[in-house]
Design a protein around this ligand. Structure first.
Ligand code: ZN
Length: 136
């Protein structure tokens, strides 16, 4: 009781073209690393741009009004715009003058630009959100 099954036709398998793994462009969407404005979800910074100051990239500071800010430092924040003239008054980073850093879409205050011996951006942790967290 053997039965040979013959597969008559040559089935044409469509071979997927070379699987192009999406490689994030330097300024393209990168959901794993992007940080977004918490209000308008504008891409404002990338986890890849995290910049350490004195061995850390997250800080908690108190402003002259006694408000606590948890900030994360980045080398750049392409989705932000600078506002105001840099000043050293009450600066949290010695010799670094700060100016305001606003979301360039909704204009909300997200943190501060720092300029001095090094240039970086401190974004307020509560005002930004990871794109990857939005996917779940
Ligand atoms: Zn925004």
């Amino acid at each position: 009781m053997s039965s040979a099954v013959e597969i008559g036709s040559t089935s044409t398998l469509t071979v997927p073209e070379t699987e192009a793994r999406p490689r994030p462009r330097p300024d393209g969407p990168d959901p794993v690393n992007d940080w977004l404005c918490a209000w308008c979800l504008n891409r404002v910074a990338s986890e890849r741009d995290r910049l350490e100051q004195q061995g850390q990239s997250e800080f908690v500071f108190k402003n002259p009004d006694g408000l606590l800010f948890h900030i994360i430092t980045f080398a750049r924040a392409p989705g932000c715009r600078q506002m105001g003239a840099p000043t050293l008054a009450h600066t949290w980073f010695a010799n670094h003058a700060w100016s305001y850093c606003l979301c360039n879409r909704c204009r909300r205050h997200l943190g501060w630009f720092y300029t001095g011996p090094t240039e970086f951006v401190g974004l307020i942790r509560d005002r930004i959100t990871r794109a990857v967290w939005m996917l779940s």
